[in-house]
Unconditional design. Sequence first.
Length: 144
Amino acid sequence: MTRRLLIDADGCPVVDEAVAVAQSFHLECLILCDTAHHFNKAGAQTLVFSQRADSVDFALANLVRTGDIVVTQDYGLAAMCLARAARALNQDGVEYTADNIDSLLLARHTARKIRSGGGRLKGPKKRTPEQDERFKAALTAMLN
């Protein structure tokens, strides 16, 4: 079984780190993004899709195979990848699993309901170098 690394690059803060780890393991790396984002990274193939809602997510879900590793911030996409026997990791190095995906999807649904009702939620804090290091360590451990 050949593993690949697939990166949902729309809004992903760790594209460089993910590509570097993939290269160190001589792993095929695919960067998927829409036309608003363009990546040209040595050692990775970039696939560009239309800016339609979720076009990159559905393209990635159709490409993913058993054993692949997906980097994404999107809980819905992570759930689709898990259903296809792939592994999924977020930008902070937390692996999505059967044990945590349902609660994450529920939290996303609840937040959407709050926002659609006029409520406001705080956004994420500024990204730190420690988060990048945790991501690289988690991806490296996953590949070992």
